[in-house]
Design a binder for this molecule. Sequence first.
Ligand code: TYC
Length: 102
Amino acid sequence: PEAVFGGSEVLPERKEELKAPEDYTVVLLNDNYTTREFVVEVLRLVFHKNQADATKIMLKVHHQGRGVVGVYTWDIAQTKANQVHALAREYGFPLRCIVEEA
Ligand code: TYC
């Protein structure tokens, strides 16, 4: 499609240019103290995972040391990481997650 306003480049020409940059991966890290149940609960609360997916991710992290939880915009990824750390602090667990460029 051509530009809309008098041929000036006011609007992006392709739909892809409108897409939010969902380029940040939230990665959950294993530790020896956080309970499995708490990790599953955090994955449900913060990342809106169902019981089956949350359990699958928790077990992957438990066995492999780390695991991808999801891919988000920078702001949303940071917010979710902060929510994980706030909940972990509140309940006295050392659970950590990191944000990585996808
Ligand atoms: N390794 C923990 C345990 O055995 C469980 C756990 C899983 C902790 C995933 C953190 O991100 C994590 N209780």
